[in-house]
Design a protein around this ligand. Structure first.
Ligand SMILES: [Zn+2]
Length: 283
């Protein structure tokens, strides 16, 4: 039986909410909040020092904004949520499916020290490093295995989603730490939604084939030749293909393009926009 995107999105847990500390706003998942072993969050634009069009919590280092502002924003995020600034390690994404294993020796990379090698996913079982990824319409995968006490965090643009970066992340936790997918808890971050994410119809058809899911692709009569893809459905299918249970997955059902007050969106604003960040660490 082919996968059914509408059915999966209806059944999956959607348990995220907005929270603020010291003016810094983030999205959190109830499912991961209930795990005492991890700290996580997906930032919004609220609470930083950046001026328009980057207002105000831009955490993307590839934007045309002074680095001192971006580092000030990272410090504000750390103070608000009890993270150690010197323990952050920021992915240098490549829109692929490479996963890097990190340890305490990588603390500061991409922030106060030289960038990491190119990758889209990070895994660790080290309690001394905080994994960080950047996003502007691209989703995130957070995975926690409480049995082996290991975590993975990934950036998933549409290319990485198509290349199954979420599945690769889960597989790497198994390969490195012996984590069983049945024990893993996963959260999929906000992204551009299936009503907004327009691509050439051929790309949408590729998604339908890759994920064996005809209804992952929608069309609009007024937009001939174009297709609309549910990235969240692609995320769910690849996590389940990796062996995770749907009951152990939650989705942050926000649309970064529509919710302008909360999120940066590359599709909406082009290069004149900032980036959100996802963070995950063991406690
Ligand atoms: Zn949308």
């Amino acid at each position: 039986m082919p996968n059914n995107a509408a059915e999966l999105l209806k059944r999956v847990r959607s348990d995220s909410h907005y929270r603020e500390s010291q003016g810094v706003g983030i999205i959190v998942s109830e499912r991961l909040l209930s795990e005492p072993g991890v700290t996580h969050g997906f930032t919004t634009r609220r609470g930083g020092v950046s001026a328009p069009p980057f207002d105000s919590l831009n955490l993307g280092t590839s934007r045309d904004e002074p680095m001192e502002n971006i580092l000030a924003n990272y410090r504000l995020l750390c103070e608000a949520y009890g993270l150690d600034y010197d323990e952050l390690a920021l992915v240098r994404h490549e829109h692929g499916s490479t996963v890097l294993k990190l340890g305490s020796e990588h603390c500061g990379r991409g922030i106060s020290k030289e960038p990491l090698d190119f990758s889209d996913g990070l895994v660790t079982d080290d309690t001394g490093v905080t994994l960080v990824t950047c996003h502007a319409d691209c989703s995130a995968f957070f995975i926690y295995d409480r049995v082996t006490r290991s975590i993975g965090l990934a950036h998933a643009g549409w290319k990485g989603m198509y290349k199954r970066i979420g599945q690769r992340l889960a597989e790497r936790l198994t390969a490195e730490y012996g984590a069983d997918p049945k024990d893993m808890v996963a959260v999929v971050g906000p992204c551009i939604c299936e009503n907004c994410f327009e691509v050439e119809k051929e790309i949408a058809e590729d998604f339908a084939r890759e994920f064996d899911c005809p209804d992952i692709l929608k069309e609009k009569p007024e937009r001939p030749g174009k297709g609309y893809v549910s990235l969240h459905a692609a995320a769910l299918i690849q996590l389940m293909d990796a062996g995770l249970e749907l009951d152990n997955i939650s989705v942050m059902r926000h649309c970064t393009m529509e919710e302008k007050e909360l999120f940066y969106s590359y599709r909406r604003d082009g290069k004149d926009t900032g980036s959100m960040a996802a963070f995950l660490r063991l406690r």
